[in-house]
Every structure is written in structure tokens, then in C-alpha cells.
Design a binder for this molecule. Sequence first.
Ligand code: FES
Ligand SMILES: [Fe+2]
Length: 439
Amino acid sequence: MISKELNETLTKSGPGTEVGEVMRRYWQPAALSDELAGKRPVVPVTLLGEKLVLFRDDQGNLGLIDRHCPHRGADLCHGRLEDNGLRCPFHGWHFDRNGQCVEQPGEPKGSQMHKQIKTTSYPVVEKNGIIFAYLGPGAEPDFPNFDCFRAPESHVFAFKGLWECNWLQAMEVGIDPAHASFLHRFLEDEDPADSYGKQFRDKAADTDIPMTKLLRDYTSPEISVEETNYGMRITALRHMDNGKTHVRITNQIFPEAISIPMSREMIITQWHVPIDDEHCYWYSMFTSFDKPVDKELMRAQRLKEHRLPDYAPIKNKRNNYNYNPDEQASETYTGMGLDINVHDQWAVESPGPIFDRTKEHLGKTDVAIIKYRRMLRAAIANLKEGKVEALPMLDGADQKKIVGPISNDTIGERESWQEAFVKSDAERRAACKGWDAKV
Ligand code: FES
Ligand SMILES: [Fe+2]
């Protein structure tokens, strides 16, 4: 458990907060490219407690500026997208993508006042289906060479979903390898051939054992964590009755992303981005090391569970997550259906919008959570002392050299599990034909 004060420090991310300052040093997912695909590419974006509007101008360039017009505060999300910028419908002030006011048609002829008016604007970059924004001071950092950024667009599918809770709760479920044996337990195994686009429904490594069975049979993983240049690597070992060991490698990517295996074919890189202190979006990039991603199928699978335009889950606390006690008795551990995202959503939302961590009791399997909080506190302290280069991936070294990270499930001999996961990763990369995945 932690103190009330520390819980506040670690959860608040608005402007001027300590975690907010750390997060603002990194590119943050702001929207999906899909959200700007319609006739009128203008969407509201609330990010780290800041209300913004994202738009694509006539030249196809993106702008991310303050949502409220600097004249008298009207909402620019209803702006007129014209003349290569966004025009406020209240008095016609016109802004370009850099937030510069370029025209005030109601002011006296010849007025130069507009030159003094520049609203907040942030740099944005589009990468494989996600539009990232940099809300921090100084020059924006380079992107590391993670698989989700290296792979071609054909091999990456991006999606997002709304969770009604603080970002840290969401982040902490992603670095907790123990929960998969319980929360995501299926009492019966599905045919792994029907597993496309779903997590934990494939076969385990190169065996015929369904992942669901393996997780069900071995419920007490040995978990270890090591700090890396991008965050940390989390290893979960499940020692099996046949003398072999199942190794699951997942990662925390600082400050609020994870990289985890989804199936033998795909990995998931997922950010848990604060909207405000009581809501967050998960943004996922599903990267394939095999065939191009069937985006149509993956989108359809996820749109069945989400409502547009805000990507809010259809099952949620207002309908009790479709909880069905009969299903809980015979089919799933939660009684909330087969979509594991709903299980995670219940796990992170049900403690309340900001969980009171003075009441928690962490066990041995929470080792990654404990380590992560230490890393976050160290980053806060370093930033306060002006040591930006002490933060992960901000040390000024060539970010292109940060690759991977390895995210996989492997079964190896008990004594040589280290070699086993490195080898299976290398084999998957070597077999990848659609893009150069070698590291
Ligand atoms: S409030 Fe926007 S132009 Fe007046
Ligand atoms: Fe989960």
C-alpha cells in the first residue's frame, strides 16, 4: 500500500502535475487515423487533462490546437474547416494548424491584431494508424525503433477503447502477468484455429496445448523483472509437469505503454493514455510478424464491442458488464463473455475511478507494479532536478537502436528457458517475410 499523498502524485497527470510533466516528455497517442477518415476531419481530443481539437487542413497536414477559441472561448470542434485552417463560427477568427490566428474578419479593416494571437498548438505525427502528439517543452524526442513503428502499415492494425478509470489502474493490469490465469480463464478451450485477432486463444508456443489450458493448469507463475533502456522486461515462468517451462515475456515501455504477445503471429503494443484523471484510452497497435493484418476482420471484431465516435465499450458498468452468473459457473471466470478486453475493463474500473491505494495489499506476483512505481518516482525526481537525460529513452542516444522489445510465449527446457525465448524470437523474426524484422 502507499500513502494518500503518493497515490495522488502517481495518478494525476494534468498540466503542472508531477506525472503530467513526465508524460509530457514523450509522444502520446492522441487519436486514431481512422477518426479523421470521414468527410470532415475534425475531432475533439482530451489528453492529459487538456482540451484540444485535432484537424487535417486542406493540404492534408494535421493540426492540434486548443479547443477553446482564444477570443471568447467558443468550441473550435464546431469550427468551419476552410481556407486551410479552422475558423471559429462565433466571430470568424481563423487559425492555421500551428495555432496562429491569420484573420479576424469582424475587426476594423487593416487591423493587425491577429498577428498577436497564437493559441496553444502541439506537434503531431502519424504512425501506422495512430496520431501521436507531443505536449512537452523543448524539442520532441525521436521515436524508438519498436516493431510497431518499423513494420509497414499493412502489418499493423490500430484501435482504441475508453476505460472509465485512472490511467495507472489500466497500466498496472498490463504489467501483472498473474491475472491471466484467473481473470481471463476459459473453462473450456476454443479451437485455436478460430483464434485470429484474439488474445490467449492461440496454441502455446510450438505445442498443441491451447493457451487457455496452459494458463488454467499453471496458475502460480514465477515472475521477475529487469530494468531496460526502454522501461522493463517482465518474465513469467510457468513450470510444467512434463519438466518444461512456459516463458511469457512482456514489457513495460516507459512511461505508460506495454508490449505483450497476442498470438504466435502478433504482438500488441498498448498505451494507457490519460484523458483526465478519471478516464483513459487504451491505444493498441497489433503488429504481425507473418501475413498482413486482416484489418477489416479485426476492426469488425472490435466494433462489435465499441460504440463510435468515442470508442466507449458497449458492455460497461451501467449494464453490469453483461454479467451472467450461469456463464460464470460453466464457461468463463468472470461471467462477462469471451472478450478479454471486457474482463480487463471490469478489473480496472471496478476499484473506482481512482483506486484508494492506501487499502491495497500487494503480493509477490505484483513485483512489476512495485518496480514500475519506483521507476515513475525516480523519473519524477530526476525531472525535478532538471535531469531529463536520466529518463528512459531521453538520454540523447540514438533511439533507432532501441528495437523489439521481445514479446513472446515460448516453451523450453526448465534449465535453459533464457535461451529458449531468445531463440524463438529470432526464429519468428527470421521467418517474417512482409518486412525486415531482424534485430
Ligand atoms: S469566440 Fe471565436 S471568434 Fe469569437
Ligand atoms: Fe488482462
